[in-house]
Write a protein that binds this ligand. Structure first.
Ligand code: PLP
Ligand code: CA
Length: 312
């Protein structure tokens, strides 16, 4: 049935919530904005978990934090305690992907060249994926070295994540690894092209860095994060949830809602983040199937609106 983006309230909210066994939450824009919890969100999460007995998971495209950082942030902002295994970040899932896709450590082409920061490095380390390039504050390789110095013989993949130290020299090294071996994997944590800030401002997202490497390499990256179904497959492999009884809650149509719709989940847009009802309206009025796949089943102004349907 075509999705219509109905407001989720009253008896409909009660029946949709009671039919679900799992709820997947996007984080920034749904549970919090920056360092401020969305008012009422922590109580809604508590009632879903403790009161209604739902399985909860946190699914985020942010590759600049570890799973431990997320459980700590949930605790700090007053959300119910979560285990690290409930957190599916694009950094953790990229590490899982490379562990499966690369040959075992020590073999040829078993390491990754990483454009990313300490959190991405920590997740790779935890998964046992050998890697070079990332670090807390890596000294950018000189341009001469990047263009003609020796390459690490162990590199069999280039992973692009959020990298505040991104540089032309790193772009050169990425291209050299990808051109040296056509079998070298090109993997991206996510394609978010903008990260919104308060006051209508924004900064460029990881998608801009991914595009730079793809353009140089003339290849398309395999994407881990939403809207890719890979990140949802990670959730399923860990918790064996039934897509037909799972709700995806997100603030972005082109990542959260598209992934949920593609994977057969019930989708719920919250208006506390990036996307607006005007955008949904434009997609609803379009006959283009790609745009129709961005329309959620339901929306709420904030997940706090679910509180009346979740009375203890
Ligand atoms: N990437 C980075 C680097 C971010 O800081 C954020 C949000 O803070 C995101 C992606 C988007 O994360 P989410 O999928 O939780 O909205
Ligand atoms: Ca978000």
């Amino acid at each position: 049935m075509a999705k219509r983006c109905e407001r989720l309230e009253g008896s409909r909210a009660r029946s949709v919530l009671s039919g679900a066994e799992a709820v997947l939450f996007d984080c920034d824009g749904v549970l919090w904005r920056g360092e401020a919890a969305v008012p009422g969100a922590a109580e809604a999460v508590r009632r879903l978990e403790a009161g209604a007995g739902k399985r909860l998971c946190y699914v985020t495209n942010n590759s600049s934090r570890t799973r431990g950082d997320y459980t700590e942030k949930l605790r700090r902002l007053g959300f119910p305690p979560a285990q690290e295994r409930q957190v599916f970040s694009s950094a953790y899932c990229a590490a899982r992907y490379l562990r499966a896709a690369l040959p075992p450590g020590g073999a040829a082409a078993s390491a990754a060249y990483v454009l990313g920061g300490p959190a991405l490095s920590a997740e790779l380390q935890a998964a046992g994926v050998a890697h070079v390039g990332a670090g807390p504050a890596p000294a950018p390789p000189t341009l001469d070295h990047a263009q003609s110095g020796p390459l690490d013989p162990a590199v069999g993949a280039v992973l692009v994540g959020y990298d505040p130290h991104f540089s032309y020299a790193k772009l050169c090294l990425s291209l050299r690894y990808l051109m040296r071996d056509p079998g070298c994997l090109l993997v991206a944590t996510n394609r978010d092209h903008r990260l919104p800030l308060e006051g209508g401002r924004a900064v460029p997202g990881t998608g801009c860095l991914v595009k730079a490497v793809e353009t140089a390499a003339e290849r398309e990256a395999f994407v881990i994060g939403k809207p890719s179904r890979y990140i949802f497959d990670c959730v399923v492999s860990e918790f064996n949830i039934d897509p037909a009884r799972t709700i995806m809650v997100g603030d972005r149509l082109d990542t959260d809602i598209l992934m949920g719709n593609t994977c057969g989940l019930t989708t719920l847009l919250t208006l506390t983040g990036v996307s607006t009802l005007e955008e949904v309206q434009g997609h609803l009025e379009s006959s283009c199937p790609e745009r129709r796949s961005l329309v959620p089943d339901y929306y709420v102004d904030s997940i706090a609106d679910l509180l009346p349907a979740l009375q203890d």
